[in-house]
Design a protein around this ligand. Structure first.
Ligand code: KIV
Ligand code: ZN
Length: 530
């Protein structure tokens, strides 16, 4: 089933049939978490990857939160095809109108409006009576329906809401025209048995339940987000809200890849329900997110971690050789991890590179492949063997934002036992300027970061710096990641090189370039929310 037909067929649970809709909120709830913010270009790139992955609904952001959020949602709505594009809005006219404007050019759109319903939120946050909550929710849904045919209503903190009142709110918003009702476990408090009971109760008690899709939205504060979402599905939820790698507020949201693979591997426990996810793209999508956010995926992370399919112990290897099923419940290939560690080198051709990229889930067009091949050859000249992780870094290093105006033309760094390290850099600007600077530092990386910051003339302080090997061997590529602070804003830079000092310099340059682009006059006006 193509995602085009899938999404339009699911206005009712009956039409959804054997499907669980995957509502991805990586770019909204995920991006909201400290350390995971993304630029507009990065969000657009991630949105394209999520569309390729086959998510049904893509929550692109919260347009009323800031002009930049508005512009990101608008850009995604105008460009990304496949999923239904969704925007979040509080049950307030200004929010809803911003969401409607940002989504105006999406072929299929959804406004997701929310209001807290629990006693705690009613009393302390909203200072609203139950009746005021019902009236505000209904007014929000009605207003959203004037701008968009598909409206979802979320009862924030639903899990800590009196079930009878939750049922009353849902009955009212369904009567007003909501197509999806979402049950957020906003604070990650519920348990599988409890949420299953709640879904069973709501599906039986809510008026109009048969006309809508029930959805779960679980946070991971007690580490049960995926288990709770699956329990909700078993009890009738036909949409799950989730994020790649489980990123999200505090401890995060339910991890998309875990939900999807659990539904697939244990299909018999969930009545054979399917998702539209192209699971072979899970690995590449998660790597792209890690590369964009600079937050590495834990080695032992289920499905997408490096160790997820590694069998190191002798007993396991022995069993695996006799029968894969002894220690393996799913195939690495099915989530996009290539089984063979085929090593490419400087004699490998364009065809071999294309094949390798495709097996890693990166289908590049001819121009992108040409560019990747040039970078691959440069790398192969500098190191004996090029591993999958190196190739992925090449494929993922196509960030359009990572270019200019400054280029690194010279770098020299030295360390001295018992004395400060020193570094000198030369940078060329696209307007023709060339600047050289030197600095001392606490180690060569520190010295190089200071020299770059001095040369570009923008003051930024390095808040976090990390370096990690992308593959094996002493000549492995190192990925440097920097989180810098400039005028109260958090900026990220990342770069990969076999020389870790060069990687650090290039990562600092990426930060400097971001600052420079913000400071120079822009010709494209950013759409305003007002
Ligand atoms: O966790 C939550 O309650 C939310 C809502 C806005 C859906 O993210
Ligand atoms: Zn949430």
């Amino acid at each position: 089933m193509s995602s085009e037909t899938a999404i339009d067929d699911v206005a009712t649970p009956a039409a959804a049939g054997g499907r669980v809709l995957i509502f991805d909120t990586t770019l909204r709830d995920g991006e909201q978490a400290p350390g995971f913010s993304m630029s507009r270009a990065q969000k657009l790139r991630m949105a394209c990857a999520l569309a390729d992955l086959g998510v049904d609904i893509l929550e692109a952001g919260f347009p009323h939160a800031s002009p930049d959020d508005f512009a990101s949602v608008k850009a995604i709505a105008e460009t990304v095809r496949g999923p239904r594009i969704c925007a979040l809005a509080r049950c307030q006219p200004g929010d809803i109108d911003s969401a409607g404007r940002a989504l105006a050019n999406a072929p299929r759109a959804r406004i997701h409006t929310f209001l807290a319903t629990s006693p705690l939120h009613r009393q302390y946050k909203l200072q609203m009576s139950k009746q005021q909550v019902v009236d505000t929710a209904v007014a929000g849904v009605r207003r959203a329906l004037t701008l968009c045919e598909d409206v979802e209503f979320s009862a924030e903190d639903a899990i800590r809401t009196e079930p009878e009142f939750l049922s009353e709110v849902f009955s009212a918003v369904i009567d007003a025209g909501a197509r999806t009702v979402n049950v957020p476990d906003t604070v990650g408090y519920t348990t599988p048995a409890e949420i299953a009971e709640l879904f069973a109760y709501l599906r039986a008690d809510v008026k109009g339940a048969e006309r809508v899709v029930f959805s779960s939205h679980c946070h991971d504060d007690l580490g049960m987000a995926v288990a709770n979402s699956l329990a909700a599905v078993a009890a009738g939820a036909r949409q799950v809200e989730c994020t790649i790698a489980g990123i999200g507020e505090r401890a995060g949201n339910a991890a998309l890849e875990e939900l999807v693979m659990a539904l697939r591997v244990r299909a018999e426990r969930f009545g054979g329900l399917e998702t539209g996810i192209r699971t072979q793209r899970l690995h590449a999508t998660a790597r792209l997110l890690a590369q964009i956010t600079g937050q590495p995926i834990a080695r032992n992370k289920a499905i997408i971690g490096e160790n997820a399919f590694a069998h190191e112990s002798g007993i396991h290897q022995h069993g695996m050789l006799k029968h894969r099923g002894t220690y393996e419940i799913m195939r690495a290939e099915d989530v996009g991890v290539a089984r063979t560690q085929l090593v490419l080198g400087k004699h490998s051709g364009r065809h071999a590179l294309r094949e390798r990229l495709e097996s890693l889930g990166h289908a590049l067009d001819d121009a992108a492949l040409d560019a990747a091949f040039v970078r691959f050859k440069q790398l192969a000249d500098r190191k004996r063997e090029v591993f999958d992780a190196d190739i992925e870094a090449i494929a993922l290093g196509r960030d359009p934002e990572a270019t200019g105006p400054w280029r690194l033309t010279h770098l020299h760094a030295t360390s001295h036992v018992g004395a400060q390290a020193s570094a000198s850099v030369k940078l060329a600007h696209e307007d023709g300027r060339e600047i050289g600077e030197a600095a001392l530092g606490d180690g060569p990386v520190d010295a190089v970061l200071r020299a770059v910051s001095r040369a570009v003339g923008h003051d930024f302080s390095v808040h976090e710096f990390s370096i990690r090997a992308l593959s094996e061997g002493g000549d492995a590529q190192g990925q440097a990641a920097i989180i810098a602070l400039h005028e109260g804003r958090e900026l990220r830079g990342q770069a990969v090189s076999t020389d870790i000092v060069e990687a650090a310099a290039l990562a600092a340059l990426e930060v400097a370039n971001r600052i420079e682009r913000v400071h120079r006059p822009t010709v494209t006006a950013v759409a305003a929310t007002a």
